[in-house]
Design a protein around this ligand. Sequence first.
Ligand code: ADP
Length: 434
Amino acid sequence: MVYVRVSLVLLSVLLLALLTGRWLLVLLLAALAALVWDWVNLWRLEHWLRLARKLDPPKSVGLWGEVLDGLHRMRKRSRDRDKRRRNVVRNYRDSVKAMPDATVVLTGDYEVEWCNQAARDLLGLRWPQDEGQRISNIVRHPEFVTFLAQHTREARMISLPSPVDGRLWLEVRLVPFAKKRHLLLARDTTALRRLETMRSDFVANVSHELRTPLTVIYGVSETLGQELGEDPEYARSVQLLQEQAERMKILVDDLLLLARLETGGAPRDRQWIDVPQLLTVLVEEGRLLSGYRQHQITMEAEPGLMVLGNEKELRSAFANLLANAINYTPDGGQINLNWSSEASGAHFRIRDTGIGIGAQHIDRLTERFYRVDPGRSKSRGGTGLGLAIVKHVLMRHGAQLTIESEPGKGSLFICSFPPRILRHAGANPKRASA
Ligand code: ADP
């Protein structure tokens, strides 16, 4: 259509020139008219693009009409796309705003970029006044400030009392996203925490209540053992009674210890512990425990490498690991204890050549009563609480437990202590061994 029109105009100009015989003038006038036409259309287009708010373009005909229609279609498509995008962003923001969990978008320097209503309620942020503020100036809890200072690109979590109401407990997560941005998420875990406290209080109370009757039963079983231990009719029953009373006593003691470890903060009676000395005693006890099973227990320890902590608790943790190594290693197997330091901290490693543990169990071993083989654990007098105790003791010391194991080959339990609770008593670099 456009080409027909253009051809018609050109034909008319040629005809006019032919009829009048004034070629130059006609062509000049035609060129001038075409220039004015283009200029007018360009001006209207520029005006429409720059100023006009309306979507419809100025009306025109010919090539200009096609150009303006094309631009109109493009502009409409782009407006529709923008509208859809704006709707998505608005819906997304509305849903984040309505979330009961606090959400704060932080810059790479942990400055507040945006937050929702829950962040104002739970973390005490003011919006928009706090925009651009460092989050550590608003949430000033020392643990939170240290938590932020640990620069890493992995998602992390911490539990804190709310800065708005100290009775509320929050689980705060920091999730890196995009380039140098962080998402701070906080959810109210007060109810969960209360339930958890109720659960551990219940276990602690029951264990406590069981302790007295158990002591009586245990005492009576011992007396009965002395009186009837030789009597063929009762000897077996009395022995069973004694064994079970002893088992229950150990179980109740472990439950009480675990409850105490769970509820308390960092251990109170902290002192510098000479770990090599502690391990020497444990190795002696381990050899007694192994007895006729003849395990080869060896030890290497960096002399004078001390740790700041609660001796009773750490002793109990290390003893539990050693008892496990003995229990789950066949007679005559090898068990090695190692205590050494490096720049990242000190490690207590206990390696055995025992039955090992399948990879699917490793993450669950520190759960209460989790056993790979319940029958085997019970026959060895295990309560299923040993590794839970180890984990809690280490947590209270800011230390970590790592487990490496392969079925049939043996296991390696590593307790890693941070440098801030380590010290060398002497400068003698010689290694102690037993
Ligand atoms: P238990 O009283 O049953 O030993 P623990 O909490 O100490 O309870 O250990 C949990 C489970 O982990 C054990 O039942 C056992 O299956 C496994 N386990 C622990 N230590 C070792 C080890 N050194 N070698 C193999 N398995 C182990």
